[in-house]
Design a protein around this ligand. Sequence first.
Ligand code: CP
Length: 312
Amino acid sequence: MQLIKKDILDMESLSSDEINLILDTAKQMKEISQRPIKKVPTLRGKTVVLFFYEASTRTRVSFDIAAKRLSADCHSIAANTSSMVKGETLLDTAKNLEAMNPDVIVIRHSSAGAPHFLAQNTEASIINAGDGMHAHPTQSLLDLMTVKEAKGHIEGLRIAIIGDISHSRVARCNCHGFTKMGAEVILAGPPTMIPKGIEQLGVRVTHDMGEAVSNSDVIMMLRIQKERQKGFLFSTEREYARTFGLSLKRLEKARDDVLVMHPGPINRGVEISSEVADGPHSIILDQVTNGVAVRMAVLYLLAGGVRHVDAH
Ligand code: CP
């Protein structure tokens, strides 16, 4: 099977077959990262541009490492050092980048839909590295890979996603990703942080943290996204931690084989305690490791072969 997409923009537009193809490819890519010489010539002569209009550690570095492990030429620009600070529009920026003939542009942007806009206006493949509160598909793919690796399967698992659902592109993407792969998704958090009607994505909602924790195979904690919140959605961080934080005491009510995940960055002591984040159930750093493999896979699948169908 071949990936027939020009771009990777969200999880809605990936079929379960395409997700499986990416995960299978990522598994092979992970093996490359475990070799003493972590480099193959697969994307030699290809050009990848990383354009990050918002802060990032994990996504940006892992795309950079992924491109270099595949021998692509990789160039990274940040908004604050680009000509966007002089008033250049996103479209003009994209057209000028395109004039240099890159094969892939990876973009993170604070506005939902910015990667889709670029995809419609450029020949290069666009990968969405996070757009506002909308989507972060490679995070969801690495989360799926990490759960599949740890549990052997995804179908039939119960995944609890807990915290600031409203502002989380990771939560939205994982609702699509995990349900598409046959898992049950339960969302938990204060009513002020769960958007009305999100059940339409085929997920269940609870405001009872205990219920979400006690019967789940995977608990994914989310960061409080203060930078996106308008107004007060909870009283104090201490109160939030007491009600919706994952402490050791609360984790004792979970299944013995529960997995704890977090996309990062972590607010230690707020949504998750250090004992849990660094404890035996945590697979948070496995998520980061698999981020490189997944990003190698999507770069390879978009830029490494002949594209048969242009499927926007
Ligand atoms: N998970 C994630 O997107 O992390 P960064 O913001 O550091 O890239």
